[in-house]
Design a protein around this ligand. Sequence first.
Ligand code: ZN
Ligand code: ZN
Length: 370
Amino acid sequence: MTGHLTSPDRLSHASKAAAAAGIDALLVTPGPDLRWLTGYDALPLERLTCLVVPANGESFMVAPGLEVPAVLASPVKDLGIEVVGWGETDDPYAAIAARLTQPAKVALANRMWAEQVLRLRAALPGAEQTLASEVIGDLRMRKSAQEIDALRRAGQAIDRVHARMGAFLRPGRSEREAGRDIATAILDEGHVTVDFVIVGSGPNGASPHHELGDRVLQSGDVVVVDIGGTTAEGYCSDCTRMYTLGQPPSEFVDYFRVLHAAQLAACAQAHPGVTAESVDAAARRVIASGGYGEHFIHRTGHGIGVETHEEPYIVEGSTRLLEPGMAFSIEPGIYLPGRHGARIEDIVVTTEDGIERLNTTDRDYVVLEG
Ligand code: ZN
Ligand code: ZN
């Protein structure tokens, strides 16, 4: 995939951040950190591919010989990163150790495999290991204008899928059948991968991360649809809307109003300078005073970028201050076990004086043909 958004600034910022943190080198295997730093969406393999970003010196990438053509077809080449291929009988861990002069501290990609962590520890016995998020977490969390544009396009893509939901959700179809059509629509509307499809119909909607089951949709059902994918630029979408097949039960209408008000309250609270936990509290307060406090069983939101879940988390206990350029979800929910549940989710980005919603379809529940 060569469409991934990247920028040479990210490597130089990462290198400077490593130096400032007293970290000698950043070691990055395939995954979101590598995609963010280089735009290279490498296959995760047992053969080692590892980008090395020294605090002082030029970055290089160790890669299996057979993967070198893929590396060179990626933005890695345009970034001027030296590619060091290794043969089937070479030791790539030793190759990294040979090029780093006895580092005292290295930072490893957060999603690195345990096998690689341990082999790097053996190859660099004098080096303390820490997480790459210490170096690039803040950089990834504060989105550039270019990244916000990419997230906006991802938001529009998933909004187009929600706009087509009437064709997918019908009485007599199973969640799985509907989910297959939704997955196809996620790809058709501008994503390259389907990251998750949650169709929680009736009682299944009371489980926040229920995905797809064999339950057949029925007239009068309340359905939670939470879907997301990754675009060719490498950025994620994530949006939840509520659907009913015909007129919903009055109990649902009552708590949906509370939920809707809670989501609006959290959106109104989110602006630069406030804590992440205050946004969570704003939603929680409305739901508690509506009498459903015990039914809101998860945090209010999570950051989003090249991963669906990343910093900043919108959760009680997080005193992190929101800043312009932070992108995250606002997704309170109310779940009634055995009956049904509801969630409303928008991705928003903090602006200079508030937020911009990146999902712009109506947040009200949509009544489909029952
Ligand atoms: Zn979601
Ligand atoms: Zn979410």
